[in-house]
Ligand binder design. Structure first.
Ligand code: COA
Length: 672
């Protein structure tokens, strides 16, 4: 692993820095991305003071309109309450007077890609702000050494590179360079992560991690215009990305690729020369994403191989030179650049031979372009969905899937399972903590898209439940303690995982919920069994959760014994969970094996979850399964009841409607 990029922990929230969240932030440059970064920070930290600084009035006026528009939209879409919106809109200062930013704790420059102007801005900013202020630049390509070589205190300066649209796109690159104090890099990663972003640490090389991919992807796309039209290239690219390169270039208004490719060409070689067409064309004729575009097979093949070639070439190079980690590059391409799968996932799907053929051909067509060093397979063996850290002999497993609120699927389960299996046999490992990335979710349940293929197939659904249970059955039998560090919403399969852990520690804002019934399905991998066997006196609480989707707050969960410790913040959460592992030592309790007596269930008519009318059929299947599972003579048999009930529910009309409604982002209408 790349320890110079992550010398302490991969999960940036594990250690809370001494420096608090910023009270005042100044964005220098109100033109393109500045207001979006400012709006993201203001929505995450509504009480913060925000300054938007520019040298002319017009962008400031436009920025004000833009931010007000975002707030209005957020209210309309119910993403923000009226009350919060007032705080978000308050204390935003649009100014041409640099003097006003003297109290800023953090200054982010997003004004220009002109190096000389940047350097002038930083010289000016340094004169105004206090010595402790962190100063960063939002450049997509210029290394930190060049921007900050003239500043007086380089140790508090670095690059923070955001991606469009910066108020929503979770990716942000934080650059580590030789003069920056590592504490500043860690602080920024912590701050971004705690405010909803996914920071990835990059070395200070031209274009860092993600713009190496994006710039070269677009540049090669432009070179393909001798054989295909822009909309044909976009169409072929859509197999790999949500929007093709030309569609995205049109959105960026202007052409960052020419400058970036020219810089790469000057510094790394002729093979990076920008496509000639960029000298004369700035906007492209494209078709809307998803529309029909005819692409003859031979053109499709050529475009596809070339795009994959450049993607693979850059990916190998980034890893070979230690610019970023496999994990960050693979995830960053998805969340930052809109790839459907990470480059190393695409290679894995294609398999080694085909990947090798594509990269060899690409290097032949494009002499000088980088390729793999050694076997392709050496790049594919890493954990894609989890981060693994070590603290005092305890392995901390963080589910990092920000694009799915840390939802689970078989691959995630397998990755966690492998870490547990490996640690069980390692005498230096005392136990495990499982947590979720970021402050919002421990885990939002099973990845719902996966259910579509199971609908209507009872056997496959039962088998799916059994397969998903593999990890949980391992925890049941584990000799070393596994503690859940519950850091936010804990839904469905996430609640099943947390409740299966031997102890639970939670932050005060966390909650548990089984929303399956609102999707027309049920929690089939222990959700209808484990809570009753572990905390039978609270059966009524679980009846309501499972049949009507009610929430269990962390505080209430503490009162009824589900949660063992409540804490205020993420860093305490991890420290407390590690302590729980130590306290448990080798005394892991196993789940009650015999039948269990539980409170009866009253029938409720009509069955509702808030304003949603639930499926009576599904509520009936759930109620029966809960009772049958409680009566089952062994834990194993009780689990079996759950798997079978999942098979049954997967064949209902309600399941079809519930899952489709979620995927189509609408409310379901259950008929029976
Ligand atoms: N599976 C797959 N994707 C999920 C997911 C899950 N279980 N839970 C959330 N996501 C995705 C959302 O689809 C969304 O993706 P998008 O940005 O591509 O649209 C992203 O995570 C962010 O969630 P979003 O819905 O925008 O956040 P929100 O604050 O509006 O709502 C929830 C959060 C958790 C209430 C909502 O996402 C939800 O109901 N999720 C399903 C929870 C569930 O039923 N889990 C049990 C499954 S068995």
């Amino acid at each position: 692993m790349a320890s110079d990029l992550y010398p302490t922990y991969y999960n940036p929230l594990i250690e809370k820095p001494e420096r608090p969240m910023p009270n005042e932030v100044a964005m220098v440059g109100a033109g393109t991305i500045g207001p979006d970064i400012g709006y993201y920070l203001k929505s995450a930290l509504p009480e913060m003071k925000l300054y938007l600084v520019d040298i002319v009035e017009k962008p400031l006026e436009d920025a004000k309109k833009r931010i007000e528009g975002y707030i209005q939209k957020a209210i309309e879409k119910k993403k923000m309450t009226e009350e919060k919106s007032k705080a978000v809109g308050r204390d935003i200062h649009y100014t041409m007077d640099y003097g006003e930013i003297k109290g800023a704790d953090l200054v982010i420059e997003a004004a220009t890609e002109n190096l000389e102007i940047k350097r002038k801005i930083f010289a000016q900013v340094e004169e105004i702000v206090s010595p402790g202020t962190i100063i960063t630049s939002n450049t997509s390509s210029i290394p930190a050494e060049r921007i900050f070589s003239g500043v007086k205190r380089p140790e508090r300066t670095t690059i923070t590179h955001f991606f469009a649209p910066a108020w929503r796109n979770p990716a942000v690159e934080v650059i580590t360079w030789k003069k920056v104090d590592r504490k500043i890099v860690d602080y920024l990663a912590w701050m971004f992560c705690a405010t909803g972003k996914t920071p990835i640490i990059s070395k200070s090389e031209i274009c860092f991690i993600l713009d190496r991919v994006f710039c070269n992807w677009c540049n090669d796309a432009a070179m393909l215009l001798d054989t295909a039209t822009a909309s044909q290239v976009d169409k072929v690219a859509e197999e790999f990305v949500f929007a093709g390169p030309f569609y995205v270039l049109n959105l960026t208004k202007g052409n960052p690729i020419n400058v970036e490719a020219s810089t790469l060409q000057m510094e790394e070689g002729q093979h990076y020369r920008p496509a000639k067409i960029f000298q004369s064309v700035e906007s492209w004729v494209t078709a809307p994403t998803g529309s029909k575009v005819d692409v003859p097979d031979d053109i499709r093949e050529r475009v596809s191989e070339r795009l994959l070639g450049v993607l693979f070439s850059q990916s190998f190079d980034i890893i070979n030179r230690g610019i970023g980690t496999l994990e960050d590059l693979n995830l960053g391409c998805q969340i930052g650049l809109g790839f459907r799968k990470g480059p190393f996932d695409i290679m894995r799907d294609l398999r080694e031979g085909e990947t090798r053929r594509i990269i060899d051909q690409f290097q032949k067509d494009h002499p000088g372009m980088p390729g793999p060093k050694g076997e392709v397979s050496a790049y594919l063996d890493f954990k894609r969905h989890i981060l693994v850290d070590q603290m005092n002999g305890v392995r901390i497993i963080t589910i990092r899937r920000p694009q799915f609120l840390n939802a689970l699927n078989e691959e995630v389960n397998d990755e966690i399972w492998e870490v547990l299996k490996d640690g069980e046999n390692d005498p230096t490992v005392m136990g495990f903590v499982i947590t979720g990335y970021g402050g919002r979710a421990f885990c939002a349940g099973a990845e719902i898209g996966k259910f579509s293929q199971l609908l209507g197939d009872a056997e496959a659904s039962i088998q799916y439940s059994r397969d998903c249970s593999k990890l949980l059955r391992f925890i049941d039998g584990a000799e070393k303690p596994v503690v859940a560090a519950v850091n936010g919403m804990t839904l469905g399969g996430g609640a099943e995982l947390a409740m299966r852990c031997h102890r639970l520690v939670a932050t005060r804002n966390a909650y548990f919920q089984f929303p399956e019934v609102t999707l027309g399905i049920l929690p089939g991998i222990g959700g209808m069994v484990v809570p009753y066997r572990r905390w039978p006196a609270s059966a009524q609480v679980f009846h309501d959760m499972i049949r009507f989707g009610t929430r269990l707050s962390a505080e209430r969960a503490m009162e009824i014994g589900v949660v063992d410790r409540l804490v205020d913040n993420y860093a305490h959460l991890i420290a407390s969970a590690v302590q729980e592992v130590k306290d448990l030592g080798v005394h892991v309790e196993h789940i009650h094996d015999g039948p269990v007596e539980i409170a009866g269930m009253e029938s409720v008519e009509p069955p509702m979850a808030g304003k949603l009318l639930l499926s009576r059929e599904v509520v009936g299947i759930i109620s029966k399964a809960i009772e049958d599972a409680a009566r089952a003579t062994t834990f194993e048999e009780a689990l079996d009841v759950g798997y079978k009930a999942f098979g049954q529910v997967a064949c209902t009309e309600a399941a079809k409607e519930g899952i489709s409604a979620f995927l189509e982002k609408r409310s379901p209408e259950f008929r029976k």
